[in-house]
Ligand binder design. Structure first.
Ligand SMILES: [Zn+2]
Length: 304
């Protein structure tokens, strides 16, 4: 009996050591990723492009009420004059969104409400999506991709910052599966601080790190208004404005984050948001998107 207890104890200890080593390597990796950030003047200059986008909307695939507010799973759709569109993040199909929400329900969140995948919501208009990019490779941002590429007569191109392609961890390899499964081809963006997305004038990407090694920001300007999509550096605009970190348990055990970097990024993003005509929007904050005046895609017959 004592022997069995010793075996179980030994096994448990080995599991703990294995888990600690696993998490340590993920923390070690993300702490080494601190790409240079542009100043507002540099970003402003990069967005002064002729032929830039003309419209913007969000498509929400699912939402869940949590004790911290509404957690939405939208994609951002950007449109150019010639009708071509670019999508940032792809949300999740309904079954995947419900699965994703279950662990959060144990922590006090409500049930997940689903609105249909982006492919289903767009219908035939999904063919106008010529480019796709991700704020990071977590499955709540990537799982809608295979359905989009499969529904297109000519699959869109996926654009990734070099850091997003090269630096993965156990949380992003789970989301990468959907890029690999999808029939859309992948292309690397140039390794500049501000990365122009080829063929989509006025849309730029900036590598951030902090939340995941490949976390990336996207910025566009429509008329006088600049929109900055900051991904999951914070889960809400309120956390950005109030400078609130994510819970320690989350940043240590659930998603290994570089917390000094996310602190620095919150301040940098807040300063961007204080510039005239600049709106910063975290990926999950659908109420903030709608409060900022971003239009919601309401159906397959709507033209932006
Ligand atoms: Zn997310």
């Amino acid at each position: 009996m004592r022997k069995i207890a010793a075996y179980i104890g030994g096994f448990f200890l080995l599991c703990c050591i294995g888990l600690a080593a696993f998490l340590f390597s993920a923390h070690w990796q993300i702490r080494s990723i601190e790409p240079a950030l542009p100043t507002w003047a540099q970003l402003d200059a990069a967005l002064q492009k002729s032929g830039g986008p003309v419209a913007l909307a969000y498509l929400n695939t699912a939402s869940q009420m949590s004790p911290l507010g509404e957690l939405g799973h939208p994609g951002i759709l950007i449109e150019w004059q010639d009708g071509r569109r670019f999508l940032i993040d792809t949300g999740m199909p309904p079954d995947a969104a419900r699965e994703f929400g279950k662990p959060l329900e144990l922590l006090g969140a409500g049930p997940t409400t689903t609105f249909g995948s982006i492919a289903a919501q767009m219908g035939a208009a999904v063919d106008t999506v010529k480019g796709v990019a991700f704020t990071h490779l977590h499955n709540d941002h990537t799982e809608g991709l295979p359905g989009i590429c499969a529904a297109q007569s000519a699959p869109a191109t996926i654009y990734q910052a070099p850091l997003q392609q090269a630096e993965l961890n156990h949380t992003t390899t789970m989301g990468l599966v959907f890029l690999e499964e999808a029939s859309c081809a992948r292309e690397a963006l140039p390794d500049n601080v501000i990365k122009q997305i080829p063929g989509f004038p006025g849309l730029v990407a900036v590598s951030l790190g902090g939340h995941t090694p490949g976390s990336t920001l996207y910025a566009v300007r429509i008329g006088e208004q600049t929109w900055v999509f900051s991904g999951d550096i914070t889960n809400s605009l309120n956390a950005l404005q109030q400078d609130l970190p994510k819970p320690w348990m989350y940043s240590t055990f659930v998603v290994p984050e570089h917390t000094e970097r996310t602190t620095h990024l919150r301040r940098w993003l807040r300063e961007l948001g204080e510039q005239q005509g600049v709106t910063v929007l975290p990926a999950h904050d659908v109420p903030a998107m709608s409060a900022a005046g971003l239009l919601q895609w309401v159906g397959i017959t709507q033209s932006l």
